[in-house]
Design a protein around this ligand. Structure first.
Ligand code: AMP
Length: 518
């Protein structure tokens, strides 16, 4: 690992990196396993490519208030270099104050994030702090020009402010939030924990425990949050901590919330002897839901299944449910286009989705395993006709919404984001051009041993199905206003899953829905 003390050293090292993606982890040093987890994450392969990882250690005077701990903040560069290297850093940039601010602090261009993001939480208690953070990070980003900036969710307000800064200034960097590492008793790792005496260290655990106690008993949507805030305040005071604040806010706008509406941040800061501790939990009335819509043949099933598995979410394949009803209609000898004849079949329909050992989904209808049968060309040819009946959609939408009551699922299928789960945390409209979908369909048919029609014929079928799906009266295929369009032409399955993961994390923090252990 290279240790870089001067900006000129940094420039030379950057030139030596070539075309590899560059991932950057800024810190104030006194590294601990929390920092190391960011460094290790920064070095993870991305669609097969190994990025270069740069860590910075800089105790930034601009972000400390007059009575804060700038002078006594722990400085241990040699040890930091060892820890950064052990976690997989390729270089450590550790400039002096004079090196980073050569003309002095008075001559520095400053960044001022919006007041709305600084008015509450730590911003209110540490005036000027986030201006100092944004200024140093903007300067570092200008010098380093990384592809990714990795930040801890632990400092949630900082993460939101820096994400906003990157967006508002059009900085070509992806800001990535990372999970919080904790001690066994729940205390978040922090360089400032080293100030605590053994007795204070015990006291400090009251902060995560008070917050966790609220998060542990899920509140129904619309619940008034004042009692939860009062409970945290009381527990902290009982433990002898001196409270700065306990607040419930929208995790994105950071504006106060008085009732539980969607994902809500419950954050607190308190003094424990010489240390100021911060922590938070996310309150949710149900686990997250991801809704993936889009035209037929865009590869939804394949990526959704893998994405669900990666995030520990249940995979709800609604397309399979429509196919299962189509299979039943065909088996019953009923004319697919005859709604009046189809309706009675729904009355005692027993449709089950279950996950088999290897993660694959099994589908059964009235006791018959139809997993393979519903993928036949005959079912494919008629599923749009059956799905267009109001009675079919109503029956299946009801069943899907019941399955989604507790959340924790990725639901895939047309109209899922518009009609079935309009309040999903993430909605994606996954699509591909007709030509690309025809090519994939041909490959799929060939692999499964079916006859493969000419590409032009497949393209015509797909275009016809798009037309049918988007012009039908009942739940036509439309992109939800708040859905993100993801065009998958030319992207590998891994690349699509990677992009879905990034979109998910922009909406659902690790601290709210951790990834399952690998
Ligand atoms: P700091 O050195 O305190 O400025 O932190 C540097 C980076 O590490 C920031 O992005 C922090 O949010 C992150 N970080 C600090 N503590 C932890 C922790 N316990 N777990 C994960 N990340 C952390």
């Amino acid at each position: 690992m290279r240790l870089l003390r001067r900006c000129t050293d940094l420039e030379a090292w950057l030139r030596s990196c070539g075309a590899a993606p560059l991932h950057f982890v800024p810190t104030m040093g006194a590294l601990h396993p929390g920092h190391q987890s960011l460094i290790a994450r920064a070095g993870r392969l991305q669609v097969g490519v190994r990025p270069q990882v740069l860590v910075s250690v800089f105790v930034n005077p601009l972000q400390f208030g007059a009575n804060e701990d700038f002078g006594r903040y722990p400085r241990q560069l040699e040890r930091d270099a060892e820890l950064a290297e052990a976690a997989g850093a390729d270089a450590l940039f550790a400039p002096s104050v004079e090196e980073l601010y050569p003309a002095g602090e008075g001559e520095l261009t400053r960044i001022q994030p919006p007041e709305s993001l600084q008015a509450g939480l730590c911003g209110r208690h540490r005036p000027g702090h986030f201006n100092g953070v944004a200024t140093v990070v903007a300067r570092l980003l200008g010098l380093i020009r990384p592809d990714q900036l990795l930040l801890g969710e632990k400092d949630w307000q900082q993460l939101v402010i820096l994400q906003r800064m990157a967006a508002d200034l059009g900085l070509p960097v992806q800001v990535v939030g990372c999970p919080t590492l904790r001690e066994p008793d729940g205390l978040a790792l922090s360089s400032r924990n080293s100030y605590l005496s053994p007795a204070q260290r015990l006291q400090a655990s009251a902060l995560p425990q008070a917050l966790q106690a609220v998060a542990a008993s899920p509140l129904p949507p619309g619940s008034v949050l004042a009692p939860a805030l009062a409970q945290v305040q009381q527990q902290l005071e009982q433990a002898g901590l001196v409270l700065d604040y306990v607040e419930a806010v929208c995790p994105r706008s950071l504006q106060p919330r008085s009732t539980l509406t969607g994902l809500t941040l419950l954050a607190a800061a308190a003094h424990c002897g010489p240390s100021r501790l911060i922590d938070h939990v996310f309150l949710m009335s149900r686990a997250p839901i991801v809704a993936i819509d889009g035209p037929a043949g865009a590869g939804k099933s394949t990526v959704t299944r893998a994405f669900a598995e990666r995030l520990g979410l249940i995979y709800l394949d609604t397309g399979a449910m429509y196919r299962a009803v189509t299979w039943l209609v065909q088996q019953s000898g009923v004319e697919a286009s005859d709604a009046a004849a189809v309706a009675p079949l729904l009355e005692d329909l027993d449709l089950q989705l279950s996950t088999a050992a290897a993660g694959s989904q099994r589908v059964s209808v009235n006791g018959h395993d139809v997993t393979e049968a519903i993928r036949s060309p005959e079912v494919t040819a008629q599923v749009s006709v059956v799905a267009a009946h109001g009675c079919v959609r109503e029956a299946l939408t009801r069943q899907q919404q019941a399955m989604g009551e507790r959340g924790g699922l990725v639901a895939e299928g047309r109209d899922i984001g518009t009609a079935v789960f309009p309040d999903a945390e993430l909605k994606v409209f996954l699509t591909a051009t007709v030509a690309e979908r025809a090519r994939r369909r041909a490959l799929d048919l060939e692999q499964r041993g079916f006859a493969v029609p000419a590409l032009a014929e497949l393209e015509a079928q797909i275009a016809e199905r798009d037309h049918l799906d988007s012009t039908r009266d009942v739940a036509p295929l439309t992109q939800a206003a708040d859905a993100v369009e993801l065009i998958t032409d030319g992207l590998s399955i891994d690349a699509v899953i990677e992009q879905l993961g990034q979109l998910f994390r922009q909406r659902v923090p690790h601290d709210a829905w951790p990834e399952p252990a690998a």
